[in-house]
Write a protein that binds this ligand. Structure first.
Ligand SMILES: Cc1ncc(COP(=O)(O)O)c(C=O)c1O
Length: 384
């Protein structure tokens, strides 16, 4: 007998922010401080993030796009250079390369992990290639061992896009520490948020100093240094920079959220595994792989709908939407965007195929079991 699919009473949104009482209290305190940007909370957040990630330096910026932009720029990469990025990522990864004056080149991804394919990267290397940006997609760490071997062989730099992967480690080492720099995002949907915000981690003093100056107009002095002693107006500009600063309110929120990251990621893992347990044997669905190690930050839960003759991804998306369950697609492959159509690319077969199949489900620490069951049961009903 066919069971009826009912519209849920309340929409199950794709995303729901989680700001605690303590987060809000800390924000209100920081609103009353005399320094609202470039002040002590920024440095406290950076110190806490460096400790958490095990990096020597952490430099907070306005978002992960600016983090990627400054990291690439600080490596001296620019016009005439090529940087290899995965075709399956958010456009910011490629935009940051273009903002630096260099050209992104698109490599295919692996079908199961959705991470950059090392074989594809190897095919795309030319004498113009200067760096590779692996994206730890959906929170799952890339195979950094193989990426390091390949990039060493060709004398290439690595900038890790860790926007999805706060908390993911490989053999105990936090992602972001495997190349020249690692870039994190604190956009509202990310595992922790500063609303907008980003962080660069690096173990190079030279890069740290360079990006610290570049985020603040290229100035040689911070606001605190300018007002502490000497002549506050007497600073220099090393190179033209940007205003990519993170203000005190966002830094305060970052400090407060970072304290909960372990708990947040544990809850995300439970929700992820519950989806897997309930959906893995359903015909027409390929669930994402679980991980027994701590190399996953469980940022996105992405199903593949491989139900060739019946309900495809688009139909499932639309039917779920009609009953109040929001889902989405991460991502439309880069080579499909107008500005990137002429960019050099590998065959991108996997990313093309994935794009037809992938569907991201509502996935956040404050989703209730009832809501999760609602998502699961409706998917099963629709596919049947
Ligand atoms: C893989 C990836 N890289 C970079 C970014 C850019 O992050 P932000 O919005 O903080 O600039 C995002 C944002 O969603 C992302 O998913």
């Amino acid at each position: 007998m066919k069971s009826k699919i009912k519209k849920s009473k309340k929409t199950i949104t794709f995303f729901r922010p989680w700001l605690s009482k303590e987060d809000k209290k800390q924000i209100m305190i920081s609103l009353n401080s005399s320094t609202l940007t470039d002040g002590p909370k920024l440095y406290e957040f950076e110190k806490a993030f460096a400790k958490f990630s095990g990096a020597k330096f952490a430099i907070a910026v306005s978002n992960a796009t600016s983090a990627l932009h400054l990291s690439i720029k600080s490596l001296g990469i620019g016009q005439g250079d090529e940087v290899i990025v995965p075709d399956m990522t958010f456009v910011a990864t490629a935009n940051a390369v273009m903002l630096s004056g260099a050209t992104p080149v698109f490599a295919d991804v692996e079908k199961d992990s959705m991470n950059i394919s090392i074989k594809s990267v190897e095919k795309m290397i030319t004498n113009k290639t200067k760096a590779v940006i692996p994206v730890h997609f959906a929170g799952r760490a890339c195979n950094m061992k193989e990426i390091i071997t390949l990039t060493k062989k060709h004398h290439l730099k690595i900038v890790e896009d860790c926007a999805h992967a706060i908390g993911a480690k490989i053999d105990g080492k936090h992602v972001g520490n495997f190349g020249s720099a690692g870039c994190f995002s604190f956009y509202p949907t990310k595992n922790i948020t500063t609303i907008e915000g980003g962080m660069i981690i690096t173990n190079s003093k030279k890069i740290a100093e360079n990006v610290t100056s570049l985020r603040n107009h290229g100035l040689t002095k911070t606001l605190m240094q300018r007002y502490s002693h000497g002549k506050p107006w007497d600073y220099d500009i090393i190179q033209p920079g940007y205003n990519y600063r993170l203000d005190e309110i966002r830094s305060t929120l970052g400090i407060s959220q970072l304290k909960r990251i372990k708990k947040i990621n544990e809850i995300r893992k439970k929700i992820y595994e519950y989806y897997n347990k309930k959906l893995e044997n359903i015909e027409g669905i390929i669930t994402p792989k679980s991980s027994k190690k701590d190399d996953h930050a469980y940022h996105l839960y992405i199903l593949r709908i491989n139900n060739k003759n019946k309900i495809n991804r688009d139909k499932l998306f639309s039917k779920l939407g009609k009953i109040g369950i929001q889902t989405t697609v991460h991502y439309k492959p880069l080579h499909k965007f107008s500005p990137f159509k002429k960019i050099k690319k590998d065959k991108l077969k996997n990313s093309e195929e994935l794009y037809q199949e992938i569907l991201s489900l509502p996935f956040y620490p404050n989703i209730s079991i009832k809501e999760q069951d609602g998502v699961i049961n409706n998917i099963i009903k629709i596919l049947k």
